[in-house]
Design a protein around this ligand. Structure first.
Ligand code: FAD
Length: 314
C-alpha cells in the first residue's frame, strides 16, 4: 500500500510546504511499511519535475493539462481520485489554501473523516493537532481505513533532496464540470522572503498607528535583517498591510528562527500562528502585554524611538 502526497506547485515551483508534507508521509510510511508517491497537478511543468524527482518519493505522478492550469479544487480532487483508489491508505496535503481547498473534497468523495493541521505523527492512524487557538494539543485516532490529512508545514522539517531520482510518470488529468471558473489571478510580487518559509520575520501590530508608519518603521528593519514582513490581524484590518501578511489563527502559521513582534499585544489568536518560532523578540510600551509571556527577548519601549536605533545598529 502507498501514501499519496499532493504537491503544492505554483508557476512551476514546488512550494516548501510540499517537502514538509513529504516528511510527514515518510514518518507514516516508516511505521506502516508503505511507499510514498507524489502527485503534481497543473500545467506547463519544467524545472519542478526535476525537483520532484529528487524529493525522496518512490514514484512521482504528473497530471498536466490546461484544465488544471488554475488548480481548480474540483478538478484537482477528481484527478487525485482517478488514481487507483485501492492503492492509497493516506492522502496528504499541506495546510496551504490549496491543500485546504482540495482535501475536504477528497475526504467527502471517499466518505472518510479529514484530519486538519496535523503537527505530529504518533502512529499510522494517530496524529497530533492543536486546538483552542493552539493552547491544547489533542491526539486523534483515524478509524477509517483511508486517512485524509492536511499537514502543518511549520511542524515538519522539509525533506532534503535525495541522491536517487524517481521516474516521472504521466497520469490522467480530469476536468470536473465546475460551476466556477478563475477569471483572473493577482499575486503580490516582492523580493522579500516568503512569509510562510522565511527564517526571520518582522511583524507589526496596531501600535504602529498607520500604514505609513508600518512601511517607514518596519521596512528598513526587515531590509537590514533580510526578513519577511508580517502583521497582526488588527494591523491588517486597519489597512497597514495586506491580508497575506497576517500571522495567526486565521492567518499564516509560521515558525521562523527569529520572530520580531513590534507594537502588537500578543493576543492568543496571534500567538497561535507564531508561538513555535525559535526566538521571539518583542518590543512593546506596555510591560504587561501578553507577548512578553512568550518572548525570549523583550524590550519595554516606544517602538518609534528604538526601532530606528536598531536599524542604525543592525
Ligand atoms: P492590540 O491588541 O491593540 O495591541 C497593540 C499593542 O501595541 C499594544 O500591546 C500596545 O501596548 C502596543 N503599542 C502601542 N503603541 C506603542 C508604541 N508606540 N510602542 C510600542 N508598543 C506600542 N489576530 C491576529 O493577529 N491574527 C489572527 O490570525 C487572528 N485571528 C483571530 C480570529 C478570531 C476568531 C478572533 C476573534 C480574533 C482574531 N485575531 C487575530 C484578533 C486578536 O484577537 C487581536 O485583536 C489582534 O491580534 C490584536 O492585534 P494587535 O496586537 O496588533 O493590537
Amino acid at each position: 500500500m502507498s501514501i499519496l502526497v499532493v504537491a503544492d506547485v505554483v508557476d512551476d515551483v514546488l512550494l516548501p510546504s510540499t517537502f514538509s508534507a513529504i516528511t510527514a508521509a515518510r514518518q507514516i510510511a516508516a511505521l506502516a511499511g508503505s511507499d510514498v508517491h507524489l502527485l503534481l497537478t497543473g500545467h506547463q511543468f519544467d524545472s519542478s519535475l526535476e525537483v520532484a524527482s529528487k524529493a525522496g518519493c518512490d514514484r512521482v505522478f504528473v497530471a498536466s493539462s490546461d484544465a488544471l492550469a488554475d488548480r481548480n479544487p474540483e478538478s484537482v480532487a477528481a484527478t487525485i481520485l482517478a488514481l487507483n483508489p485501492n492503492e492509497y491508505t493516506h492522502y496528504l496535503f499541506s495546510s496551504t489554501n490549496f491543500g485546504k481547498s482540495v482535501a475536504p473534497r477528497v475526504s467527502a468523495k471517499l466518505d472518510v473523516a479529514q484530519f486538519s493541521d496535523v503537527t505530529a505523527v504518533r502512529s499510522e492512524s494517530t496524529f497530533e493537532r492543536r486546538t483552542y487557538a493552539g493552547n491544547v494539543i489533542v491526539c486523534v485516532e483515524a478509524l477509517n481505513k483511508v486517512k485524509v490529512l492536511t499537514v502543518r508545514s511549520a511542524a515538519f522539517a522539509r525533506t532534503p533532496a535525495s541522491e536517487t531520482k524517481a521516474e516521472i510518470e504521466a497520469c490522467p488529468a480530469v476536468e470536473h464540470p465546475n460551476r466556477s471558473r478563475v477569471k483572473e489571478r493577482f499575486a503580490d510580487k516582492s523580493d522579500r522572503p516568503d512569509l510562510a518559509s522565511a527564517k526571520i520575520i518582522v511583524s507589526g501590530g496596531r501600535g504602529l498607528g498607520s500604514k505609513e508608519n508600518y512601511e517607514n518603521v518596519l521596512t528598513p528593519l526587515a531590509d537590514k535583517l533580510g526578513a519577511a514582513l508580517g502583521a497582526s490581524r488588527a494591523a491588517v484590518d486597519s489597512g497597514f498591510a495586506s491580508n497575506d501578511h497576517q500571522v495567526g489563527q486565521t492567518g499564516k502559521i509560521v515558525a521562523p528562527d527569529v520572530y520580531v513582534a513590534i507594537g502588537l499585544s500578543g493576543a492568543i489568536q496571534h500567538l497561535a500562528g507564531m508561538r513555535d518560532s525559535k526566538l521571539i523578540v518583542a518590543v512593546n510600551s506596555d510591560p504587561d502585554a501578553p507577548i512578553f509571556g512568550v518572548a525570549d527577548v523583550g524590550l519595554v519601549a516606544d517602538l518609534f524611538e528604538v526601532i530606528p536605533q536598531w536599524v542604525v545598529m543592525a
